[in-house]
Design a protein around this ligand. Structure first.
Ligand SMILES: Nc1ncnc2c1ncn2[C@@H]1O[C@H](COP(=O)(O)OP(=O)(O)O)[C@@H](O)[C@H]1O
Ligand SMILES: [Mg+2]
Length: 279
C-alpha cells in the first residue's frame, strides 16, 4: 500500500482553497463518507477518511486514480489534509449506486445486459493498465438514472501489478464477491476481479444478494437464467485459471447473451474465439 510520496504530493490542495465545507452526505462505505463540496467553482465530492486509521488506503486511492483516465472511472482533482481528516476531492457523480438502484428501481433485461457490457469494457481498460481493482460490487458502481451510464468509484483496495500474470497476497474485497483464492489466503492475480464481476452479474440478473455456490446454482438453473448462466458460471469458476480474462469475455459477451444463443452456439462461439486467438 502507498504512502505519501513526492509524486502524490503534487496533488495536494490547501484546505483554504476549497470553495465550501462538506455539504449534504452523498454516501458512505467501509472507509469513507462522501459529501457534496465545491472546488474551483464546480461541484465536487469530498471523500473524507480518518487520518490515522486509513492513511495507506487513502494514498493508495490517490496513486491509482491519478494514473487513470477513463470516462467510466471517477476522476480525482486532488486531496486535502485538514486536522485529523484526509479528504479526496473527486468528480461529483450524478446518480446512485447500482446497489441502491436495484433496491429501489426497475431495470429491464436489455438495460441490465448493456450495463454488464459497459462495466466489462471498463474492466478491460483497468486490466490493460495492470490495475487489479479489488472491490468490484454494486455499491462501487454508480449509475446515472437517465442515461444508465456507469462510473466506478472506490480505488482504495486497488493494486497496480508488474505484469498481467503477477500474483499478490492479502485480504481485499467484500464477502460475497471475494474469489476463493482470497478467502483461502492464497496468492491471487487479476482473475479475482473476474470472479467479482461474475457475482455482480449474478446479483444484477437475479436481483438476489450474492450467494454460496449451491444457492447460486439453484437460481442459475431456473429457465429465465438460461442466456447468461454459463457466463456467470464461467466467471465464478472456483479455479482462477478456468475464469476468462475480461478481454476474452468482451469478445463473446454479445453472442453469449443473445436470446437466440443455444448451448451449441455458445460453445462454438467460444471455440471460434480460441481458434482465432491462437492464429
Ligand atoms: N464521486 C462520487 N460522487 C457521488 N457519490 C459518490 C462518489 N463516490 C462515492 N459515492 C457514494 O458513496 C458511497 C461510498 O463511497 P466509496 O468510495 O465506495 O467509499 P468506501 O471506500 O468507504 O467504500 C458509494 O457507494 C457511492 O454511493
Ligand atoms: Mg466502496
Amino acid at each position: 500500500m502507498e504512502q505519501e510520496t513526492s509524486s502524490i504530493k503534487e496533488n495536494e490542495i490547501r484546505y483554504e482553497d476549497l470553495d465550501s465545507p462538506p455539504g449534504r452526505r452523498l454516501g458512505s462505505g467501509n472507509f469513507g463518507r462522501i459529501f457534496e463540496g465545491r472546488y474551483k467553482n464546480r461541484p465536487v465530492a469530498y471523500k473524507i477518511m480518518k487520518h490515522a486509521i486509513h492513511s495507506s488506503i487513502f494514498f493508495n486511492e490517490i496513486s491509482i486514480l491519478k494514473s487513470l483516465d477513463h470516462e467510466c472511472i471517477c476522476s480525482l482533482y486532488g486531496y486535502v489534509r485538514h486536522e485529523n481528516l484526509m479528504i479526496l476531492v473527486l468528480e461529483k457523480i450524478h446518480g446512485i449506486s447500482l446497489y441502491h438502484y436495484l433496491l429501489y428501481q426497475e431495470m429491464d433485461l436489455s438495460r441490465k445486459q448493456q450495463l454488464g457490457k459497459q462495466v466489462l469494457s471498463t474492466m478491460v481498460y483497468l486490466h490493460n493498465q495492470l490495475v487489479l481493482y479489488g472491490d468490484l460490487k454494486p455499491e462501487n458502481i454508480m449509475i446515472h438514472p437517465e442515461t444508465m451510464r456507469h462510473k466506478i468509484v472506490d480505488f482504495g483496495l486497488s493494486q497496480r501489478l508488474e505484469s498481467p500474470i503477477s500474483k499478490v497476497k492479502g485480504m481485499v474485497g467484500t464477502p460475497g464477491y471475494m474469489a476463493p483464492e482470497i478467502i483461502q489466503e492464497e496468492e491471487y492475480g487479476l482473475k479475482v476481479d473476474v470472479f467479482a464481476y461474475g457475482m455482480v452479474l449474478y446479483v444484477l440478473f437475479s436481483e438476489q444478494p450474492p450467494a454460496s455456490p449451491t444457492t447460486r446454482e439453484y437460481y442459475l438453473r431456473s429457465r429465465s437464467f438460461r442466456p447468461y448462466r454459463k457466463l456467470i458460471r464461467w466467471c465464478t469458476s472456483e479455479e482462477a485459471e478456468y475464469r476468462p480474462s475480461f478481454l476474452e469475455l468482451s469478445m463473446i459477451y454479445d453472442q453469449v447473451l443473445s436470446q437466440q444463443t443455444t448451448d451449441t452456439g455458445w460453445w462454438s462461439c467460444l471455440l471460434s474465439f480460441f481458434f482465432c486467438s491462437s492464429v
